[in-house]
Design a protein around this ligand. Structure first.
Ligand SMILES: *Cc1c(COP(=O)(O)O)cnc(C)c1O
Length: 379
């Protein structure tokens, strides 16, 4: 029996109140009151030029790929250690994906190797801030500027994380956030496209509204709306937006509680890390993270499998993470994979531990004691 799950999605308390309001006003489809409230929050507080709520982070990435005008043959640089959505968005538009390795010390893409991957066909650099820990955005933006490339941040895990004093998701030309129930705040399913480069504002809204200028029409700026561009039904429903609006009110509290658990893991496991039995996350000095994930690195895959099994036998659910995209069966059909050694090491050794708002510190201690017990007989 599992006593400590890996994740338990947060419930804020005001969700029902807002649902009741929707039942009264009977506005359930997208771009209504709650969508507006959430988008305004991001535009004001995060200084995002235009925030568009979407059905998922995947959908926001699809929008970003359309906005970047990706066409067949264009090359897009993407870390291999990420979720399929980061790459799918661009493959759907015909791009050739150039996979980049992780840094030695973090699962994020190794910025020092980006320039070697750039060709005349390169159009976009996509970064993923793994575990809410920032990529070296200063360097990424400089490289992009030098070569005339767009930067898209997959900030799915990075709400309220920072690169120096800048919020992640506000630095690249475009960025995506996820409000899937596994993320720090959620709408069941949901996402957000952050448009930071003003040249994408107008077209972004049209793509979002199924390729029409309906949003302009609703604001009374035009007297009819019509088909203007590519697009799809990217909008979130008001039901999900209302749920998310409630969650947003707890964001500060959520981050504080998650950080407490995250710190406790670090303190408890430091001894094993000092003995070089496991490794703990490395935090670059330019990064301030949001405690999205607590992970450790085991020495090898068989050891990790044994530890997962041991924890599960004691009622604790721990999980590994991404399978490198460059080695996936889908990509292998298209291209012969190169070796990307650091990402492959994270694929084999990274283990995520339970972390959610309601997790108690004594439960963190329980998990850590089990890990110590495991290594006392497996070191
Ligand atoms: C969660 C996640 C996604 C997908 O988010 P959805 O909202 O489920 O579409 C994409 N990229 C990364 C890095 C993620 O962590």
């Amino acid at each position: 029996m599992i006593n400590i799950p890996f994740n338990k999605p947060h419930v804020q308390g005001n969700e029902l109140k807002y649902f009741k309001d929707l039942l009264k006003t009977r506005n359930f489809s997208g771009n209504g009151k709650y969508t507006g409230k959430v988008q305004k929050h991001f535009e004001r507080k995060y200084k995002i030029k235009k925030a568009l709520l979407t059905t998922s982070c995947t959908a926001a990435l699809d929008m970003a790929a359309i906005l970047a005008d990706i066409s067949p043959g264009d090359e897009v640089i993407i870390p291999t250690y990420t979720f399929t959505s980061t790459a799918n968005a661009f493959v759907l538009r015909g791009a050739k994906i150039i996979f980049a390795d992780s840094e030695k010390r973090t699962p994020n893409l190794d910025v020092s190797k980006i320039e070697k991957l750039i060709t005349k066909k390169t159009k976009v650099i996509v970064v993923v801030h793994y575990a809410g820990v920032s990529c070296d955005m200063g360097k990424v933006m400089l490289i992009a500027k030098k070569h005339g490339l767009l930067v898209i941040e997959d900030a799915a895990q990075a709400i309220d994380s920072f690169y120096k004093n800048k919020r992640l998701g506000t630095i690249g030309d475009l960025a995506s956030f996820s409000f899937h129930e596994t993320k720090n705040i959620h709408a069941g399913e949901g996402g957000l496209l952050a448009i930071n480069n003003p040249r994408f504002m107008k077209r972004g809204e049209i793509i979002w509204e199924k390729g029409t200028n309906r949003a302009e029409f609703f604001r009374g700026e035009v007297n009819k709306y019509e088909w203007k561009d590519l697009g799809s039904s990217f909008l979130i429903s008001e039901i999900n937006a209302a749920f998310l609006y409630a969650q947003l009110q707890d964001l500060k509290k959520i981050q504080i509680k998650r950080k407490k658990s995250w710190d406790r893991y670090q303190t408890n496991l430091k001894e094993l890390a000092d003995q070089k039995i496991i490794s703990l996350p490395f935090l670059p000095s330019y990064s301030r993270h949001n405690a999205h994930l607590s992970y450790i690195l085991c020495r090898n895959m068989p050891e990790r499998s044994k530890l997962i099994f041991f924890l599960r036998a004691n009622g604790v659910l721990s999980v590994f993470h991404y399978l490198c995209l460059h080695k996936s069966s889908f990509h292998k059909k298209r291209e012969k994979p190169r070796k990307l050694k650091h990402a492959e090491r994270y694929e084999q050794t990274l283990l995520r531990l339970p972390l959610f708002v309601d997790l108690k510190l004594k439960e963190v201690d329980f998990v850590c004691n089990l890990i110590k017990e495991f290594y006392s007989t497996n070191s």
